[in-house]
Ligand binder design. Sequence first.
Ligand SMILES: [Zn+2]
Length: 376
Amino acid sequence: MTHQTIDVGAMISGIRRWVETESPTSDMAAVNRMIDQVQSDVAGLPVKVERVRGTNGFGDSLIVRDAAAGNGAGILLLSHIDTVHPIGTLAGPLPFRRDGDRLYGPGLFDMKGGAYLALEAFRQVAQAGSAKLPVTYLFTPDEEVGSPTSRHLIESEARRARYVLVTEPARDGGKIVTSRKGVGRFEMKATGIPAHSGARHQDGRSAIKEMARQVLAIEEMTDYARGVTTTVGVIAGGTAPNVIPQHCHITVDLRVRDQAAGAEFEAKILGLEPFDPGVKLDVTGGMNRPPFEKSAAIDVLFRHAQAVARGIGFDLQHTEMTGGGSDGNFTAALGVPTLDGLGIDGDGAHTEWEHGLISSIEPRTLLMRGLLETLQ
Ligand SMILES: [Zn+2]
């Protein structure tokens, strides 16, 4: 075990360097600059580094392997280095700044702060050769849009792993995440018949009128008792005040607690029929992230993390099932024991008041290091 101390001041400088390398998911060059940063931060370590070219306009992924403990099934560490904040957020509403215990900046909480502290733990463990299992650290470019290009990489690495640790932000005062709802995404298009709203009203079939009824039908599927929510988050349609609209389009977000509900509501949404037979309805999409359900093996892993935290001097708790998905959904659904929310504590993910807590840097770096050194 390494007893190297945690230099919080140096870590704040490192987090600042990462946060000031803005990396919105859609900007491939920016995401790759962030991957360059990570790559230079692992240079000189006794590790194997593999950079995987991005596809479909997304940035690269980076795989860093500490094979001191061999090449068997080990620990997979997962971090995404993309953020939801467009370039210019740093120069505009959310500059890097320190205010008391808070560090503000785009992506600081979700999840550059957490990724940075996990990398610090990984660096110390790799230098000391103190892990009992091989450790693979995977950095991905596209989590904030559902990991379309990195999912296969995450799943193939997870299949070879005994445990997965995800550095998404902590919750509600430092709690970690042991279960997450599954997420479905759908697009619905209504195509009606356009007509002059004054001269030929009776000839038209309104796509907006049809969609208004569909929106209510979808929203009414929400069932809090079952943990099912449906949200029409985007709507667009029509061309002018005096035209019966031919087109209307919505996106639907579905959240479920378990696989059975996922299949049931996916079928319900995909099977929606038009109220007006004169309007054509096209529905596409489906479950994206499967539910991350707390298995017995996850509970064992959580209790182990609690014991590590107790040794450091703090009480580690987990949240109730959260509605937000992450890449942990993919790995947990494969049956690999997964702990998530191991990143920095703070608040305001995806907002202009996003911040991490300086006081959480040391204990959570030690927790990550303790996990890497004790899991076997
Ligand atoms: Zn995140």
